[in-house]
Design a binder for this molecule. Sequence first.
Ligand SMILES: Cc1cc2nc3c(=O)[nH]c(=O)nc-3n(C[C@H](O)[C@H](O)[C@H](O)COP(=O)(O)O)c2cc1C
Length: 172
Amino acid sequence: MDAIEAVLTRKSIRKYTGENISEENLRTILEAAVSGPTCANTRDWQFIVVRDRETLNKMADANGRPAEPLRNADVGILVLGDLDRAFSPAKDYWIIDGAIAGQNICIAAHGLGLGAVWLGTYPQAERVDNLKRLFDLPDNVIPHSIIALGVPAESGREKPPFEEDRFHFEKY
Ligand SMILES: Cc1cc2nc3c(=O)[nH]c(=O)nc-3n(C[C@H](O)[C@H](O)[C@H](O)COP(=O)(O)O)c2cc1C
């Protein structure tokens, strides 16, 4: 699948067959995670890659009801911001850098024929605190989001139609 097709056809996938993602594909997904742009090239992320079923269930507990897809996912990737590496004049760029990493994970998974769904964590304080405790994170490391991954057992929701009126050419 080429890049344009992967971007245009990606959908959130929340049900998985239970089959394993190969180590090779997982490696490609992790390379995609760190291949996006970051503010001033700070590369201000860290990642926790989880395959252990008990830990995946604990992550689902920590991230609230919408994180249920983790309970049947093969892999969960917790995207973390590393404030010690963040762009010092405007550290909040870590949030954007984390989002780009998360999206790259989703696109790469889809390009490999796998399914992914983004599970929102930051800025919901309770989820952030729960995950900080679960993984015993240092103060400078902030949970950003979790991406659940697996072999797809559903095709996802229909894409909405292209909305011409969202685009404003030359002026609003
Ligand atoms: C910041 C963010 C948080 C999200 N959180 C959740 C979530 O907690 N649980 C979930 O099932 N989907 C979550 N999603 C996925 C969205 O629901 C999904 O992208 C949206 O419904 C559009 O569907 P699509 O991804 O198939 O195009 C999240 C997406 C984003 C970008």
